[in-house]
Ligand binder design. Structure first.
Ligand code: HEC
Ligand code: HEC
Ligand code: HEC
Length: 228
């Protein structure tokens, strides 16, 4: 009997090839390393990355070594509608990000706080998760991503199911939440939640291309980070 084991981390791969982007992927690495160790004999005679597609289950995919990876929860209506109104904003008619930030000027150090607290809550971050250094500035790349999230997602898109689309709709208390270790499962999650769960503010449908462009660019937030 011959085992065909497809490992993204073969036992020969140096540990430095793995970038533990999140604690979750670090934990996954431990799990995969453990399973790679037990499967080392059988994987030695099968080519690494032999293209075997992992079987997909209802809640996530069974990937290397039988580790089940559920995807993020589905996106949902924001719970922060009333808080946005209390911060003086009309959720259905939010200003451009630059105008929002400009509106805080002259209002003293606390003017920005109500909205900023909603960012922090939505992403599960403290203020210093975005602000750093002596002047509490936001590094340019991060600032550009936040501005893009506000302008291109929150302002320009709507939940097809109705209810408010805000940062917490997608983030649900986490700065990062995509389960990238399972690209097939992630593609299905994107299809359900982003391509079919969101429409533009004008009612137009979304496709993968709306966000990822054509040709398809997976990690397109790198482009956002570099663009004001
Ligand atoms: C998700 C990232 C994020 C979090 C979390 C966050 N902020 Fe901000 N904050 C920003 C961005 C982006 C700007 C705009 C910065 C700019 O335009 O240069 C900003 C602007 C501000 C400003 C206006 C002055 C300035 O720096 O431009 C204040 C004051 C502020 N934040 C305070 C806070 C406080 C207090 C918290 C915690 C309750 C917080 N922020 C949490 C991203 C964040
Ligand atoms: C339509 C869904 C959606 C909405 C709405 C949304 N985001 Fe995001 N955001 C994402 C996705 C997807 C990522 C990539 C997450 C990952 O890497 O796991 C992301 C990433 C980010 C990141 C980078 C996190 C990191 O450390 O890599 C920041 C900061 C961020 N969003 C802030 C915001 C803020 C602030 C809001 C509200 C103004 C917001 N987002 C609204 C989908 C959304
Ligand atoms: C509303 C915007 C939006 C739509 C529509 C969308 N995505 Fe995404 N997708 C994102 C964001 C944001 C990220 C994180 C990008 C980054 O990290 O730079 C992402 C990441 C991904 C990734 C991981 C890329 C990587 O290299 O890590 C895959 C795969 C993906 N999407 C597939 C799809 C597919 C397939 C579709 C269509 C069914 C789709 N997406 C539709 C916003 C979207």
């Amino acid at each position: 009997m011959r085992f065909s084991v497809s490992h993204s981390f073969s036992s020969a791969a140096p540990a430095s090839a793995v970038s533990p982007r999140t604690l979750r992927s670090a934990l996954l690495f431990v799990a995969l390393t453990a399973s790679a160790a037990t499967a080392a004999c059988s994987s030695a005679d099968s080519p690494a990355g032999n293209g075997t597609t992992p079987p997909v289950t209802g809640d996530g995919a069974l990937v290397d070594g039988g580790v089940i990876l559920p995807q993020a929860p589905d996106i949902r209506a924001s719970a922060l509608d009333a808080d946005l109104k209390a911060a003086g904003l009309d959720p259905a008619n939010l200003p451009e990000f630059d105008a929002l930030i400009a509106s805080f000027e002259g209002g003293g150090p606390d003017a920005a706080k109500p909205v900023m607290t909603l960012f922090a809550t939505s992403l599960g971050l403290e203020c210093k998760g975005c602000h750093s250094g002596a002047k509490n500035a936001v590094p340019t790349a991060r600032r550009n991503i936040v501005a893009g999230m506000w302008n291109k997602f929150v302002r320009e898109m709507r939940l097809k199911q109705g209810g408010l689309l805000f940062c917490d709709s997608c983030h649900q208390g986490k700065a990062t939440f995509l389960v990238r270790e399972d690209p097939k499962g992630l593609g299905a999650w994107m299809s359900t939640n982003f391509a079919n769960g969101l429409v533009s503010a004008t009612g137009a449908a979304n496709t993968c291309t709306t966000c990822h462009g054509d040709p398809f660019n997976g990690p397109f937030l790198d482009v956002w980070a570099a663009t004001k």
